[in-house]
Design a protein around this ligand. Structure first.
Ligand SMILES: *Cc1c(COP(=O)(O)O)cnc(C)c1O
Ligand code: SF4
Length: 336
């Protein structure tokens, strides 16, 4: 049984903070005291995939540092325009696992729902940067066919809210959908894959916690944090609000060139996650999505970093190194 949320004092309103996100290269660089000439930014890249970054995330970037690991995750650069063979629009071939709008069903007993087309932050390395979200935008009526699909497949015991970022959707809709899913007897767990509690910590408010704790489904939140600098006291407080209600919190990261590609950096992240009682879950190799090749770490180099990481962390703080291979029944573990 989950604990009901204790009244909490959050002074900011997440929707307001979301609407105040920075969307231009100039404003982002100005706020960090950076000279545009020192960086190979690209307006074209920002047209292809818009720049979007919430202010609480910018507040954790170091001013005057063109190599800041948080900045590099969101800044549109010229390297994105390079066309490289093997990097495609839909690297995971999700189109073939999109049986009906809103559903990606690849693994037997768990099913992913594309809840929200939007994200609070646009990560340049994102493998869904070309996903046809418009085709997956749905009304409550249209969700009925997704619910029928879940109802008809008794092998499914876990529903994963994904996106985009599922928590970019409003709580009224999420509460409704969760209730519909809870009415399907064979579903045990509800997993929420989100970056919102990290980039706008006030997202975890009373309204969210009310529906997330009221359901019979056991909720798990999987955060997406790549670098220890992403965790400040507001993020830690947001995580604690989840945990105080009995919600398990895990983290997944993507191994990214120039951002977290060293054992020391990854170890520091795991330690900081542990301080927040968050268990590292996955460390993903980059999916070969067009526009993100400059973030890629080849598999052999990744294995070397991983072996170093294993040598400096207890086993339970080492995330699983995985890659998503199209048409496999699960993520593929990369052997050490
Ligand atoms: C990653 C993923 C899942 C969840 O996989 P786990 O190994 O259970 O975390 C489910 N469906 C899809 C389509 C995925 O990409
Ligand atoms: S889906 Fe996740 S990784 Fe992709 S842009 Fe949104 S928050 Fe970033």
């Amino acid at each position: 049984m989950l604990n009901s949320p204790q009244p909490i004092a959050i002074t900011s309103d997440w929707k307001l903070e979301l609407s105040q996100s920075v969307t231009t290269i100039d404003e982002l660089l100005d706020s960090l005291d950076l000279d545009k000439k020192a960086l190979s930014t690209s307006q074209q890249a920002a047209i292809d995939f818009p720049l979007r970054v919430p202010r609480p995330f910018i507040a954790r970037m170091q001013p005057n540092n063109p190599n800041d690991p948080l900045l590099l995750q969101v800044l549109p650069v010229k390297a994105e325009l390079t066309i490289i063979e093997g990097y495609s629009q839909d690297p995971l071939d999700e189109a073939t696992h999109n049986p009906i709008a809103g559903i990606v069903h690849k693994y037997a007993n768990r099913l992913l729902l594309v809840i929200s087309p939007a994200c609070a932050i646009n990560c340049r390395y994102c493998f869904r940067r070309h996903f046809p979200y418009e085709e997956n935008r749905q009304s409550k009526e249209q969700w009925q066919s997704a619910l029928d699909y879940i109802r008809s497949d008794k092998e499914i015991n876990e529903v994963i809210y994904s996106g985009g970022d599922p928590l970019a959707a409003n709580d009224h809709f999420l509460a409704w959908l969760t209730e519909q899913i809870a009415n399907i007897a064979h579903i045990k767990r509800l997993r929420i894959h989100t970056r919102l509690p990290v980039v706008i910590p006030s997202r975890i408010d009373q309204t969210f916690l009310s529906w997330a704790t009221a359901t019979r489904l056991k909720p798990i939140v999987v955060l997406h944090i790549n670098h220890s600098n992403e965790i400040d006291s507001d993020v830690a407080a947001s995580i604690k609000r989840l945990q105080d209600c009995g919600i398990k919190v895990l983290n997944q990261s993507v191994l990214l060139r120039g951002i977290n590609d060293s054992a020391d950096c990854l170890a520091e992240l795991s330690e900081k996650l542990f301080d927040c009682d968050v268990m590292p879950y996955y460390l993903h190799l980059l999916d070969p999505v067009a526009g993100a090749s400059h973030f890629d770490i080849d598999e052999n180099h990744a294995k070397t970093i991983y072996a170093e990481l294993q040598a400096i962390l207890p086993g339970f703080l080492v995330p699983k190194l995985v890659r998503e291979v199209p048409h496999q029944k699960s993520k593929t573990t990369i052997a050490p």
